[in-house]
Design a protein around this ligand. Sequence first.
Ligand code: ADP
Length: 496
Amino acid sequence: MDNENRLLDLLGIASLGTIIFLSVALISKIQKIKQLLERVNKLDTALNETDEQAKLIVRTDIELNKAQEELDKKITGLYTLHRLSREISTTLEEKQIFEKIDAASLGELGFSKALAFMRDEQERKFNALLNIGYPEEDKEAIKLFLYGEERLFLEVLSGDNTLSSITKTHDARIIEKVKAKFNCVAFVIAPILPKEGNKGFIFVGTDNADVPLTEGDEELITILASQIGQALENARLFEKTWSAQQGLENKIRERTRELSAALEEVETVNRRKTEFVSNVSHELRTPLTSIKGYASILLAGKLGEVPPEVRLRLEKINKHSDELAQFVNDLLDIARLESGRVEMKLAEENLEKIAEEVADLLSVQLKDKQLELALEIPEEARKVQADYSQIKRVLINLVNNAVKFTPAQGKIKITGQKVDNQVQVDVSDTGCGIPREAQDKIFHEFYRVDNPINQQVKGTGLGLAMVKNIIEAHKGRVWARSLPGSGTTFSFILPQ
Ligand code: ADP
């Protein structure tokens, strides 16, 4: 019995142990399951969150793509507007400005149709300058619509206001009417307002309802219209300036024609004068030679004894005849030089030699007035291309004048200097000088300065005219510088 009880106790203890063991195991399992459940819950929440995020990402991606598309459209539109603006602003003819807008550019701006009308205020007419997408009869029908709704369109022109279905600038009834007449689903009408002259507007529209237009699209068209206005202003200004210039050019041409005719007339008169002088001189020479000849015969006593009083008069006749002959010869020479009948025999000559000969020739006159003549012609200025006798004549005239207009004991100088490839010759004196206002005139024929010295000094006023003609025939030039009271310098240039 005891053994049985003990066994039963043992069994009981064992069962209890097992129950306890199982209970402990069960509890730990339950805890694990709990933990697992918690994890599953957490995972579920995380999964939900991830799902939400994924949806968000997809949504954002779609929006981003849409934004990108819009941005691309805007960039294309801006590029097109920039290109059109550049092309329009460099066009200087009104009609060509509108020709720059073509269907492709319009498409890039988001529209498929366009019309531009300029209002001729004088004739109260709308003139179409651009038509994209409308057959001729539709355009004419739209024009009639403009006249029917003149007030509305004149208001667009005057008020700097856009008429648009995008921002719905006007009453819905008006917008629908315009849509129907222009046969489109969306449109913008923007005014073209140059500061001066005719104003107008540009209409752009689309019949594609799938591509929605934005405020940005409307703004592009407003900018385009203002660029057209600016370009029209420039073109009109150019036109004005151009026609003014044309008028001026015509006037200049007219004046030039008149001047050439006057010049031709002057040349003819001059030619006639030269011919006249030359003829008269010839005619004078013959009787002069006879007068001189008869005077010489009488003086020689070939027709009998000549009483002293008669001799004196005859000598005067002889002397005055000589002077007159000299005058006539000078006149003839000038006439010949002016008509180009005297050819310069150019050769390489020595300027110093010519100057020495002149000094020698005029030595008596120089001595009479106790005048000193100095020659300063350095080696490099001696060689000149000249007609020997003509340049000698020039120097004789200039030195002779210096002698005539320089008081006794004065100084005269002939200097030569090389200037570039030419030689400048100066003949200076310490004489009475020439007033400033006469310094150009002295080269004119017969001009003599009106002063007391000239009343005493003999002369014809032909010497310097001859000098000028000879120097110009050498392709040189002559001029005078003078300080009245101190002296004068005559200069001329000769090619080497
Ligand atoms: P002419 O000596 O016969 O009067 P020219 O043609 O040689 O004619 O000279 C014109 C005028 O120029 C002279 O009358 C004189 O008034 C002025 N003239 C010329 N050379 C000189 C000079 N060296 N000094 C002052 N006046 C001069």
